[in-house]
Design a protein around this ligand. Structure first.
Ligand SMILES: [Zn+2]
Ligand SMILES: [Zn+2]
Ligand SMILES: [Zn+2]
Ligand SMILES: [Zn+2]
Ligand SMILES: [Zn+2]
Ligand SMILES: [Zn+2]
Length: 495
């Protein structure tokens, strides 16, 4: 069985570079402490070599039970899309002969008898054999065959397999070279019969690819140039972070979108695309001051706006245009939709309701875009701090603060999809409290990083920034934990 791993031992996976990024993630604090506590969604990152090893382990595990040659087990497992239970169920419950036929493999019990008799045949006539492809007569050692009994010269095999692999891109399901023979060529034979290491490598990639693609608990990291796969223990619409730093939803492969599930997000995006006009209207970057009508242009992520008109200086919320200080008190927040003041007319209410959530969704999306500008100003601040005898590592808290700010904005953005599709109940009320807490914490961090930080002593900043982002992070975790609990307990009733 160990030969299975050896087949893949020369697989080029860029291991060294992976190790470097592993170190980088170790000092990247976001993925270590703050997030891990909420993400009780266990997953592993596998390099290409580890995938091959995992595949070999699967075969080993099944073989310990069924006792077939590993090459046959691999073909059978692939036939069942690497569902071990399903394969073994069929192996013991059904007609084994039919199973082997379906999977295009020769029954190993029969094949050992067949190869024995063919060996006997060959020994009696050892001088030479005719290849049925090129019709040249070769000495026996230059001929090779499969359990189906078809034998060709090694040059013809090499040509045939190379074409299949390099031109047709076939890996797991290469059939015997004989016309009309459906028996699959096993991996050991392929590796033995191919001479070019480039073709061998391509074959290994094809095999691991189909292993990952078939396996529901594995997914390639969608980041370009990343060769890692993520392995989970159960399927859920949850985000995972690869060693390369990319975070994505395991189920759909898109960017992380908690707390909503893939289906709901798809539905929402479809709706947004249909209502593009209203979304464009919402997404504009200028608004008029609700007190003096002075036109204000937004150029940062923070939603606490102070009117630019010097005689006004009205402080208000960019999202709901309400007075800012009222936002700090519970019960008057701008995150809850209330239909009470709307027209009784159903259609109008439903449009207003949609615009309410869409407005908030788009607003956080836009703020998120602005927060990316913050990285540049934070970078400058970090350089300043290094002049004050702070080390590069000691300054990292500022970058981390922006990381967490972006993470919270992103989560907030998706939280507005959630109540749009859900029936109001007590749990939604709790959800909206959590949403409000996260929103307040996020705006407070945003405001601090964008404006207040400049007026303070550089050395005092650290504690304040850390307090603020830790609070944000804990509010985000609380919200996500509650939503996941709701998924488990069936609290969320879709409209
Ligand atoms: Zn030949
Ligand atoms: Zn054959
Ligand atoms: Zn990756
Ligand atoms: Zn998803
Ligand atoms: Zn004003
Ligand atoms: Zn507001």
């Amino acid at each position: 069985m160990d030969s299975d791993c050896e087949i893949f031992s020369d697989l080029d996976s860029g291991e060294e570079s992976n190790e470097n990024t592993e170190f980088a993630t170790e000092i990247d604090p976001v993925s270590v402490d703050e997030e891990s506590e909420v993400d009780d969604y266990p997953f592993e990152i596998l390099s290409t070599n580890q995938i091959a090893q995992h595949m070999a382990d699967c075969i080993k595990e099944v073989n310990a039970v069924v006792g077939l040659p590993p090459t046959v087990t691999r073909i059978l497992l692939n036939h069942f899309k690497w569902d071990k239970e399903k394969m073994m169920e069929r192996f013991y419950d059904g007609n084994q002969e039919k199973l082997f036929e379906e999977a295009h493999v020769v029954n190993p019990v029969k094949s050992s008898r067949a190869s024995q008799s063919s060996r006997q045949r060959r020994s009696t006539n050892q001088s030479s054999e005719d290849c049925e492809i090129c019709f040249v007569s070769y000495p026996a050692p230059l001929m090779a065959g499969l359990d189906c009994g078809h034998r060709f010269c090694t040059t013809c095999w090499d040509d045939y397999l190379t074409t299949k692999i390099m031109e047709d891109g076939v890996g797991q399901t290469i059939a015997c070279a004989a016309h009309n023979c459906k028996i699959l060529v096993d991996d050991e034979s392929v590796m033995r019969l191919i001479k070019s290491s480039k073709v061998k490598l391509k074959y290994q990639h094809l095999i691991t690819n189909s292993f990952v693609d078939c396996n529901r608990l594995l997914r390639w990291c969608p980041s370009p140039n990343c060769n890692n796969a993520v392995k989970v223990q159960f399927l859920e619409s949850r985000s995972v972070t690869c060693r390369c730093g990319h975070t994505f939803c395991f189920l759909c492969g898109q960017n992380r979108h908690e707390p909503v599930k893939c289906e709901l997000l798809k539905k929402w995006i479809k709706k947004c695309n249909e209502d593009l006009a209203s979304c464009n209207w919402i997404a504009k970057n200028t608004k008029d001051c609700p007190q003096c009508d002075f036109t204000i242009e937004k150029n940062g992520g923070c939603n606490h706006i102070t009117c630019g008109n010097r005689t006004c200086r009205h402080e208000f919320c960019w999202i709901c245009l309400g007075k800012w200080d009222i936002h700090r008190t519970i019960g008057t927040s701008c995150n809850r939709y209330s239909a009470s003041n709307e027209s009784k007319e159903q259609s109008r209410t439903s449009l207003n309701r949609y615009l309410f959530y869409c407005n908030r969704y788009m607003n956080h999306m836009q703020s998120l875009k602005f927060e990316h500008k913050l990285y540049a100003s934070v970078q400058k601040k970090m350089e300043e701090m290094q002049q004050f005898n702070m080390t590069w590592i000691e300054c990292q808290f500022l970058k981390k603060a922006v990381d967490i700010l972006c993470l919270c904005r992103q989560t907030l953005m998706y939280t507005y999809i959630f109540p749009y599709y859900l029936e109001k109940n007590n749990q939604i009320a709790i959800f909206e409290n959590n949403q409000q807490d996260l929103e307040n914490a996020t705006e407070s961090l945003s405001e601090y990083l964008e404006r207040d930080i400049t007026s303070e002593n550089l050395i005092d900043i650290k504690q304040k920034v850390q307090d603020k982002y830790r609070y944000c992070s804990s509010r985000r975790n609380a919200l996500l934990k509650h939503v996941h609990e709701g998924y488990d307990e069936d609290w969320w009733q879709y409209l």
